[in-house]
Write a protein that binds this ligand. Sequence first.
Ligand SMILES: [Zn+2]
Length: 331
Amino acid sequence: MLRRSIKGLCLAWLAALLGGGPVLAAGYRTANFIVDAPTPEQARRIGDAAEQYRHDLAIEWLGGPLPRWSRPCPIRAQVAPQLGAGGATSFVFDAGEVFGWTMSIQGSEERILDSVLPHEITHTIFASHFRRPLPRWADEGACTTVEHPVERARQHRLLIEFLTTQRGIAFPEMFAMREYPADVLPLYAQGYSLARFLIERGGRRRYVAFVGDGLASNDWSGALGRHYGLPDVPRLQGLWLDWVRQGCPAPPAALVAAAPPMTGPAGDWSARGRGQSPDPVPPAAAVASLPGRRSIYALQARRPGVVDADGADAQPPVSGVAAARETASVR
Ligand SMILES: [Zn+2]
């Protein structure tokens, strides 16, 4: 039995990591979440939104709502207008189960509600569905597609910057990445763009079926062909680059209709439209005027045996198997 613990993560800003955020003062409990936020009203709005996203996004991605978790996910929210938007979600995979949820989010209330929360909730939906770690590009890319258009447009601007400054990631390398690279922002920007490319060609449920196939078969080129009629991973990179050069146009309806029929439990994709409307594409000059947001990235690996506050890691590690736990914060 391989015991593996993964901490999923997202975007957290230096200001919060160094402290100085607002004091958490109020709690609110829903069926699946326990929220700490500066005021009771904020805690209630965040908790209700988290439940709504959990319900709606599970239908979007999986075709039906998730069952109630056995234990609620604590959400610690730092809410202040000047805080950069970000979040981190942790969970533990063990023997095909997922548990030990914790979520930290921060930012203005508006950005928490329209971007950070749906992004983090999508991580929990994927963890609940796949019960195993995803390739980072596929996880972060998909989670970014549910953010506010302003945030998605920012990822696109960053993508253009990275592709024009030799910071792009070759697709074979990106598809093989199970951990966050040292230069993490290109992974987010490229992952988002490729997830969008695929979702516009088949919807969210097909994307989930594709990722599930790739995970199970470890044959991502084959999965691209089976679910999208696309060529192998290296040639997909060329197609995707051409699409980016053309300004990411929506695919022709005939191309979408020509995708192979869905098979298996995630079928019925044909009833679904394209995943999302095209993002606003900023002029190239906007790249130079990006706000100077600071970024950090930290990765630390702990050996097994470290006990979580919730005791999730309290069982002894399986002898002879090097279990790994990763925690990380990006931006
Ligand atoms: Zn994320």
